[in-house]
Design a protein around this ligand. Structure first.
Ligand code: G1P
Length: 297
């Protein structure tokens, strides 16, 4: 019987230099889309997929993340006293069960593969998920849940995948497709951040993974890859070389690259418009703003 996926690793050790000066004092994962920190979107998605244990790989200066997931009894008491039931509910929905979160420090910035490897002792011998909170995915059925359901049929390793413009491959892990089955592809190779000339396709890895513990063992052996970093992509590609299955899953949903300013702004607009209480006012404002250039013509 296939093991259920109940653990997820959240690599959150990055410096977030693209968002300086904000990230001088706040982790980028605490930056908010409308009123929820990026990390909350990732946690909600993981919970919807049945994840019970949340493993954060952090670094210096990420203390705000730990505080965020702590209960806030004084605040709760205050809201209760004032009868602000809705806010109280909202706050409680972010509380985590005691012992459900673990924090591991990545002592050196040696890459995504290294960050995941840092959590190896908490994973032991079972399949696990990896969620990169920078990739925010708006979807009717949360992306990781789609993948967990697909993975229950296939087993092996699975990565979220999406077609990107051919000139953009050097920002992604890219799949060499063996067989295209529509929403799923079987993979015969993976390359981290290839130039467009070297890319085997334009089907890119997006930050959701379901991996076997073998990948952690591969991380013990492989050498630094693209950018001089230990790459998760290379450790997964090792599985293919060892004759084990790796799949790409074309999720249904819209992905925002919240690791970039433009992507973050796009996500803010999309999530703002998705909120009933904001939609009309915000849409009216956007219409007004975008009509200015044409009015000036
Ligand atoms: C990481 C992975 C890459 C993947 C990307 C998705 O790269 O290494 O394979 O395609 O996330 O967002 P990063 O964006 O951290 O450089």
């Amino acid at each position: 019987m296939k093991r259920k996926v109940t653990k997820a690793i959240f690599p959150v050790a990055g410096l977030g230099t693209r968002f300086l000066p904000a990230t001088k004092s706040i982790p980028k994962e605490i930056m908010t889309l409308v009123d929820r920190p990026l990390i909350q979107y990732a946690i909600d998605e993981a919970r919807a997929a049945g994840i019970k244990e949340f493993i954060f790989v952090t670094s210096r200066g990420k203390g705000a993340l730990e505080d965020y997931f702590d209960n806030a009894p004084v605040l709760e008491q205050e809201l209760r006293k004032k009868g602000k039931d809705k806010l109280l509910e909202l706050l409680k929905s972010t509380n985590m069960e005691s012992g459900a979160i673990a924090y591991i420090r990545q002592h050196k910035a040696l890459g995504l593969g290294h960050a995941v490897w840092c959590a190896r002792r908490l994973i032991a011998n079972e399949p696990f998920a990896v969620i990169l909170p920078d990739d925010v995915i708006a979807a009717e059925k949360p992306c990781l849940q789609q993948m967990v359901e697909a993975h229950a049929e296939t087993g092996g390793c699975m990565v979220a995948a999406m077609e990107v413009p051919p000139e953009a491959t050097s920002a992604y892990g890219v799949l060499d497709v063996e067989e295209d089955m529509g929403s799923m592809v079987s993979v015969r190779g993976m390359v981290e951040k290839p130039s467009p000339e070297d890319a085997p396709s334009n089907l890119a890895v997006i930050g959701r993974y379901i991996l076997t513990p073998k990948v952690l063992q591969n991380l013990n052996r492989i050498k630094a890859g693209a950018g001089g970093e230990l790459q998760l992509t290379d450790a997964i590609a090792e599985e293919i070389r060892s004759g084990r299955d790796v799949y790409g899953y074309r999720f249904r949903g819209q992905r925002f690259d919240c690791g970039s300013k433009a992507g973050f702004l796009q996500a803010t607009v999309a999530f703002g418009l998705a909120r009933e209480e904001l939609r009309d006012e915000f849409a009216a404002y956007l219409r007004e703003v975008v009509s200015i250039p044409s009015a000036a013509q």
